[in-house]
Design a protein around this ligand. Structure first.
Ligand code: PMP
Length: 444
């Protein structure tokens, strides 16, 4: 790895060159596109991001769960360079190429279940979700789609409708796509009657809502993130996801697992559905699949995916050969280096440190997640679960100034989430956790 895996601060964060670039950003880029930490990046690799002022920051975000194999991962770099030199684009719908097939074969083999599958490739997570819904409606001949509280599925018109949170994703952008129905998530920490009753009560409520407000016979699909991402790293109460999936099967409703954030080793297995032995009818993937290049996929039962007429799915760039070459190299890296095991090791490193924080500060209300997708939810106190967004942003700002790239999330903006590259070393991650501890000490 060419970048020394070490945090180095040469200037204040952000430094003068980043600040100058940010002035150009303000003048040139729509203010609707905001930046969480305006250090401008020059290079990145492993668990380090190097900015234009020469600062080296520790990465706890992976570009929102994308660079699981690291930035500029050697196999990905080599594959991309080779592919760019061979050809950059033909459009798979015009003259196809083998790399697209190879990615689909990998997706069919790696996603849960050993039934016959087919895949299709797209550019972004939102586009994958849109296409999963198109396929589900076409196959079932039904229109309604059920999504959950705290869900995030994207920013296009249909996926905004599926996404739960208004600010900043939806506010003023309507009207939204129709036939989307929302139901409560089995959110253990905030379930009114407590964790023990959460799965059963949430399932009963789900069934009741779909039955009385939508009608099973009108419902094409239920879409769910096996661990909710932007909504707050909410791990559904044990058993809930499997029960919903089983119920869908009984009613001819397709169960779509949105594994865009959870997929590709992030949670300690290839896909988070596996932790609950759930075999979805359709899986959507993006983010971690291609080491940073834009690629997304929809993988599903062969009968479902093949129900669409020829030409019904596609797009100019979907399954671009360079992105496919990157994905094949990233998947090979995950397999060869057993990055699923590495995600579990990262959890083993983080958990005791997060538990120590919770023991010390009663503003740490909940610790949750799986593998290298972990979070703490911050509240007013142990007895008062009022979301503490102010403390969350104070801790976040402290980390940023100390050279640790951190992300927040959650419907109430009070969740601090950890998504380090799976190739980041233990020393670097431990140093990041030291900074987090200092941030709590300074901010509480
Ligand atoms: N679904 C989930 C679960 C996601 O986390 C995201 C991105 N945060 C999306 C869909 C949308 O992906 P994209 O930003 O690539 O459109």
């Amino acid at each position: 790895m060419s970048i020394e895996q070490k945090r180095v601060l040469t200037t204040a964060i952000p430094g003068p060159r980043s600040r100058a670039l940010h002035a150009r950003k303000v003048a040139a880029v729509s203010s609707g596109v905001s930046t969480g930490l305006p250090i401008y990046v020059e290079r990145a690799g492993g668990g380090i991001v190097v900015d234009v002022d020469g600062n080296q920051l520790i990465d706890f975000g992976s570009g929102i769960a994308v660079t699981s194999v690291g930035n500029a991962a050697p196999r990905v770099v080599e594959a991309v360079q080779r592919q760019v030199a061979d050809f950059t684009h033909t459009c798979f719908m015009v003259t196809p190429y083998e790399e697209y097939l190879a990615v689909c074969e990998q997706l069919n083999a790696l996603t849960p279940g050993d039934h016959e599958k087919r895949s299709a490739l797209f550019n972004s997570g939102a586009e994958a979700v849109e296409n999963a819904i198109k396929v589900a409606r076409h196959f079932t001949g039904r229109q309604a789609v059920v999504a959950f509280d705290h869900a995030y599925h994207g920013r296009t018109n249909l996926t905004m409708a599926l996404t739960a949170k208004n600010m900043p994703y939806k506010d003023g952008f309507g009207p939204f796509a129709g036939e989307i129905h929302r139901v409560p998530m089995a959110y253990p920490y905030r379930w009114p009657t407590g964790r023990e009753t959460c799965a059963d009560e949430a399932f009963a409520e789900f069934v009741q809502r779909v039955h009385t407000q939508v009608g099973e016979q009108n419902t094409a699909a239920v879409i769910l993130e096996p661990i909710q991402g932007e909504g707050g790293f909410i791990v559904p109460a044990p058993g809930f996801v499997a029960t919903v999936a089983r119920w869908c099967k009984d009613h001819g409703i397709l169960f779509i697992a949105d594994e865009i954030q959870t997929g590709f080793c992030r949670t300690g297995d290839w896909f988070a559905s596996e932790h609950e032995d759930v075999v979805p009818d359709i899986v959507t993937v993006a983010k971690g699949i291609a080491g940073g290049l834009p690629l997304a996929g929809v993988t599903g039962r062969a009968d479902v995916m093949d129900s669409v007429h020829g030409g019904g799915l596609g797009g100019t760039y979907g399954g671009n050969p360079v992105a496919c070459a990157a994905a094949l190299a990233a998947i090979e890296t995950m397999r060869t280096d057993d990055l699923a095991a590495r995600a579990r090791a990262i959890e083993a490193l983080f958990r005791p440190r997060l538990e120590a924080l919770a023991a010390k500060y009663d503003q740490v209300g909940d610790i949750r997640g799986r593998g290298a997708m972990l979070a703490v939810e911050l509240v007013a106190s142990a007895d008062d679960k009022t979301p503490n967004a102010a403390l969350t942003s104070a801790v976040n700002a402290f980390c940023h100034h100390e050279g640790l790239i951190t992300l927040t999330c959650g419907t109430y903006g009070n969740v601090f989430r950890f998504l380090p590259p799976l190739v980041a070393g233990d020393d670097l991650l431990s140093e990041g956790l030291d900074i987090l501890e200092a941030a709590f000490a300074a901010s509480v």
